[in-house]
Ligand binder design. Sequence first.
Ligand code: NAP
Length: 268
Amino acid sequence: MNWTRTLTEEKTLTETITKRLSVDLSGQAALVTGAGRGLGRCIARTLAAAGAKVACIDINLETLQETIDCIRAAGGTAEPIACNVTDSQRVGEVVDEVTKLWGGLQILVNNAGITRDNMILRMKDEQWDAVLNINLRGTFLFTRAAAKPMIKAHRGRIINIASVSGLMGNPGQANYSASKPGAIGLTRTVARELARRQVTVNAVAPGFIATDMTAALGEEMLAQVKKEIPLGRLGEPQDVADAVLFLASDAASFITGHVLTIDGGLTV
Ligand code: NAP
């Protein structure tokens, strides 16, 4: 299954959406983890189309370069930065680099995430650890590092990518479904800790979105899933990026500690 759009299709879609939402992020610096493909790429592209300078973080430099090319071809500003989100020291360095480069950091999107599915009796320690480390520890490390410049500036937006799998459970995903509510608990707590400094912290919880991660489920399973989604389709990465764009904007300045589901009604 290949859901990749052409560069022209992606550019047109993002331009239409950013115009419709009228969000202007000019002069703001954003950092998006897992920006090499899927939701991260679309979020980075959308923030850049709204005028933000975007630091694109990923462990995979090859796919990351495609994201950068895509943003620059559309006239946006983006920098590729290689980083494993579980590496505490490197995460600190990256946030310092970005803050120095653009004189601050206003928006953080913790998007990098993986699945290592298995039923509970067969789940290996390594599968549990890998998912919890990347999905939860990575979110913690970047949140802690980015909070410093945001607190200092009395301004910031942190948006964590959770999942409906963490809200309703999903057989075969005990590790993943445990990591995502962890990120939600972190979101709500840090939202309370940073509110006085005008830093908002929110999460979005996507349902089934058409990316490589979902393609791995296979056509048969996806056909079944579609039947269960009241809106009758899988989500597009742009559906998630639009919500992130809103939460990053001034229009969302009184929203913090919130979890916004983007699932076509799956969890209603
Ligand atoms: P994806 O297509 O698999 O992309 C994930 C990206 O994160 C990849 O570029 C990956 O690099 C990168 N990454 C993985 N481990 C990393 C690490 N240690 N450090 C830095 N980057 C790393 O996934 P996606 O579907 O876009 O999902 C993005 C986020 O949305 C995840 O947090 C996921 O849990 C969440 N989500 C997705 C869905 C969905 O339906 N797709 C639904 C709910 C929530 P590689 O190319 O090397 O793998």
